[in-house]
Design a protein around this ligand. Structure first.
Ligand SMILES: Nc1ncnc2c1ncn2[C@@H]1O[C@H](COP(=O)(O)OP(=O)(O)OP(=O)(O)O)[C@@H](O)[C@H]1O
Length: 568
């Protein structure tokens, strides 16, 4: 007697095995790959068969009592409806581009998946984009469609006439607006039947605009495989995700880290947790962390700097077991405070919009405080000179990723419409990240700063990060940014902009300056000490929370001479 035949279930390990086989050169990248079909629909099947714990795949809270929870089946259904809206109402065909400018609303994740289902290319952006930013992005990308909220819609309307390629506009709102289709209404009415487009691995999946610190923003294009498959291993090794985990990354949806989270968590069957978080508030973050069964947390160092200022003994994080950071350098002092109060390590990672994870401190590897960790497979990461020659351990140079003879599959395809820039980003066999660092004899990488942020004083090259870390060790310093400043004798000198801890804000600035200068001389090489110090109430930051040293540099040198080494 044979019972009813069990349907053959997909093997969730297959995607990991595929990643490994490609990385080891044992298998080419599959000709066809689609994240929605090959990953999400697989988890739907496994979930239905009871092969996944009873946790959502997506869990959104707004802090005011409203929650959205979808398991993989519901995510599949909702995203198929959304795909029908994109295809049917917006007329999007595979390869067409859609700008996706939404705050942390569930629709951001839905539309991202819907784009993948329809083969449309998503172009995420931050909600702070101005009319000028929007016009530039819509014109350069020739996006056919945009989805956004009430707050950005008027800015889109103001420049609409200058964007002839823009054919449809979707509004995520409970009200209506002339010229816009209401996404929520269309979603409610859409069919759940949708055939996922069969995308090729090399087809484009996403375009990210760089922040444009050194010229007009460039378009970084990623393929279905580079993002869809590229984060499988780092999701497992660095983020340490399993199908029982609930992963909260506080990143803005316009920043690449939101996509990093999506493509790391879901292949591993984990839940993505999102708090709407209209503004960064340490207490809200800590309360959420203690209230929900979040197992894995990722924030930029800026946020951890805020969190460790709070009285952490008042909170209990019962489920939390793994913490990550990246996007800018983590001050060792912050890592130590977090570890001593929360009892968990902060595992730092390093990467760019152009790449997946380049360096990391995965679980189980010894952490050297202040280092970004070791090269993350499959990348061969080296420090090279300006011609692309590998430099020995200990020598500072360009942080670079090998792209020849084999370009890693988890790598951007190109700077769109900019072959000169794509070519200029390579030297010899390497892609040059634009960051300066050194590697020690154990293979750990130590970040000095972005190429343009490195200070050249009396022919010493000084990385801002080391000076900032030294300052951060002093209890008076809440945050510091170190940049180059003009000096009649030395050409350039080190200047520190410092936000003081509240208990030091009324101290005599002159005495404090001297004390901080002496402190830096004691904890790092004395020539690096800041000859100029300014106390400020806040530092300029990107929406993703990164310190904008370039803005401070421009303040010091003027617009034209913002980068002294590039000055005429
Ligand atoms: N762990 C880290 N330590 C130090 N810096 C980091 C770390 N992680 C990321 N970064 C910095 O962030 C950069 C990558 O950021 P991303 O690609 O998001 O855009 P951006 O560099 O901020 O914008 P743009 O390239 O347009 O100026 C890296 O090149 C590096 O300078």
């Amino acid at each position: 007697f044979c019972g009813p035949q069990q349907p053959l279930l997909p093997d969730p390990q297959k995607i990991v095995a595929t990643w490994e086989a490609i990385s080891l050169g044992r298998q080419p990248v599959p000709e066809y790959f689609n994240f929605a079909h090959d990953v999400l629909d697989m988890w739907s099947q496994l979930e239905k068969a009871g092969h996944r714990p009873q946790i959502p795949a997506f869990w959104w809270v707004n802090g005011k009592g409203t929650e959205v929870k979808w398991n993989f089946e519901e995510l599949g259904e909702q995203s198929r409806k959304a795909a029908n809206v994109l295809q049917g109402m917006c007329g999007l065909q595979p390869g067409d581009r859609m700008m996706l400018v939404l705050p942390r609303l569930p629709e951001w994740w839905l539309v991202s998946v819907a784009c993948i289902r329809t083969g449309a290319v998503m172009i995420p952006g931050v909600s702070q984009l101005t009319e000028k930013d929007l016009k530039y992005r819509l014109q350069a990308s020739r996006a056919k469609s945009i989805i956004t909220t009430d707050s950005l819609a008027p800015r889109v309307d103001a420049i609409n006439a200058d964007c002839p390629f823009l054919q449809s506009k979707l509004l995520v709102s409970d009200s209506s607006r002339p010229g816009w289709m209401n996404f929520r209404k269309l979603l409610r009415e859409a069919s759940t039947e949708h055939n996922c487009v069969r995308t090729k691995s090399q087809d484009p999946l996403a375009i990210y605009f760089t922040s444009g610190t050194t010229g007009a923003p460039k378009m970084v294009e990623h393929s279905q495989a580079s993002y869809g498959l590229g984060f499988v291993a780092s999701g497992r090794r660095w983020v340490d995700l399993t199908k029982s985990d609930i992963f909260w990354n506080t990143s803005d949806t316009g920043w690449v880290k939101a996509a990093w989270t999506l493509f790391s968590a879901w292949p591993n069957g984990s839940c993505i947790f999102v708090h709407e978080l209209p503004r960064v508030d340490a207490k809200i973050i800590l309360n959420t962390l203690s209230r929900y069964p979040i197992t894995t947390l990722c924030c930029v160092p800026t946020i951890f700097r805020l969190l460790v200022q709070e009285d952490l003994t008042r909170y209990q994080f019962q489920s939390l077991r793994h913490c990550l950071t990246g996007g800018e350098a983590l001050n060792p002092d912050v890592r130590e405070k977090w570890k001593s109060h929360v009892g968990l390590e902060l595992h730092e990672g390093y990467g760019q919009s152009e790449t997946v994870l380049i360096c990391a401190n995965p679980k189980g590897m010894k952490i050297k405080s202040g280092s970004m960790g070791k090269a993350s497979p499959p990348y061969d990461v080296q420090i090279v000179d300006d011609e692309g020659n590998i430099l020995p351990p200990g020598q500072e140079g360009n942080l670079a990723v090998r792209v020849r003879p084999t370009r890693p599959f988890c790598f951007f395809s190109c700077y769109l419409n900019n072959p000169e820039k794509t070519e200029a980003s390579e030297r010899g066999d390497f892609y040059i990240t634009g960051d300066r660092a050194h590697k020690d004899k154990d293979g750990y990488f130590w970040f000095s700063g972005r190429n343009d942020d490195v200070i050249n004083s009396s022919s010493y090259r000084i990385g801002p990060v080391e000076v900032e870390n030294a300052l951060a060790e002093h209890p008076a310093v809440l945050e510091a940014a170190v940049v180059s400043s003009p000096d009649p004798i030395r050409g350039e000198v080190v200047k520190a902009f410092i936000v003081l801890s509240p208990s030091y804000s009324s101290q005599d600035p002159e005495k404090l300056t001297q004390e901080l200068q002496e402190h830096v001389k004691r904890v790092t090489a004395p020539y690096k000490y800041p000859r100029k110090v300014a106390f400020v109430s806040e530092l300029p930051k990107t929406v993703s929370g990164k310190i904008q040293r370039n803005k401070l540099r421009i303040q010091e040198w003027g617009e034209m001479r913002g980068n002294p080494r590039k000055a005429p």
